[in-house]
Design a protein around this ligand. Structure first.
Ligand code: ATR
Length: 279
């Protein structure tokens, strides 16, 4: 019988996950289908019961349910529990277990550009859910430091205080971070600034760039945000959000099927959906 996989969120119409995962099911000859479901917050508990009763193989969770889903799961993996957000659920013998593959997906994507985060000085811009997943994941990799810059500095301070892994960190204003940008080996932009309708904006002005630094933006539409374009003009290497998106999906696919999929195939598929060239 065909296995059901899904993504739940609201809105969900623009998700590229169904095309990406259905292509993989067909490529690996797995008898399964992946369906997007628009789920309103007030229906989340009922939907969870329904998916479980139907014997769903697993599903992805996106905005606005990544934290709200936690009480309805049978089990939550340690990293996901610490981040406080789940993006991947696996049906493990009738029990629904939640994982977070956003942070690990970012890290795996990063490894296509740099060999290690150990000993590196990192700046993360933003202090929302994505920043939290990336910060907690990178904190485990023995970086020299991870500073957090955010419009609301108290949120950056709170995020640092919440991190269960020991790492040297300072909370900075966006202006301070821009002034100090030349200190960092790796800068990760996690806010929505740069995405439509804010394509003409960038969260901070980079004053200078350290030699051989890598600047990442987790946005993939547009493929190059204003921030990434500015970083490239200053001589930095850049990475857009496609790798994070592809690797979070690859890690989810592996949890559901035991197969680590062909990420180049996934990348090409996502780029085709976006209609552009890699950055
Ligand atoms: P996500 O889960 O995608 O990370 P989020 O939790 O809503 O999204 O977080 C959004 C991030 O973008 C926050 O860091 C937010 O800054 P605040 O904590 O000050 O709200 C940041 N952000 C959103 N709009 C912004 C703007 N116009 N200027 C600067 N930062 C902005």
């Amino acid at each position: 019988m065909k296995k059901l996989f899904a993504v739940i969120g609201d809105p969900i119409g623009h998700s590229m996950s169904p095309v990406m995962h259905n292509d993989l099911f067909s490529f690996y000859q797995i008898d399964a289908t992946y369906v997007p479901f628009q789920v309103k917050s007030e229906d989340l508990q009922d939907v969870m019961k329904g998916l479980k009763a139907m014997g769903v193989g697993g599903f992805n969770v996106t905005v606005p349910h990544k934290s709200a889903i936690i009480p309805f799961l049978d089990e939550v993996d340690e990293l996901a529990a610490r981040i406080g957000a789940v993006n991947t659920v696996v049906n493990e013998n009738g029990r629904l277990k939640g994982y977070n593959t956003d942070g690990p997906g970012f890290l795996e994507g990063l490894k296509t550009h740099i060999s290690t985060v150990a000993g590196k000085k990192v700046l993360i811009i933003g202090a929302g859910g994505a920043a939290r997943a990336i910060y907690f994941t990178l904190a485990k990799e023995k970086p020299l430091a991870i500073d957090m810059a955010n419009r609301t500095i108290e949120k950056a301070e709170q995020l640092i205080a919440d991190c269960p892994y020991t790492v040297s960190s300072a909370a900075l204003s966006l202006a301070e971070a821009g002034k100090n940008s030349g200190e960092y080996d790796l800068i990760v932009q996690t806010t929505l600034i740069g995405m439509a309708p804010k394509t003409a904006e960038q969260p901070l002005q980079l004053s200078s760039i350290k030699n051989q630094s890598l600047i990442c933006d987790i946005i993939y539409n547009p493929l190059a945000t204003k921030f990434l374009t500015a970083a490239k003009e200053k001589g930095a290497s850049i990475q857009n959000g496609i790798d994070m998106f592809v690797y979070q999906g690859a890690l989810a696919f592996e949890k559901w099927t035991g197969v680590f999929p062909d990420v180049q195939r996934m990348r090409a598929n996502v780029l085709k959906q976006l209609g552009g060239n890699p950055c």
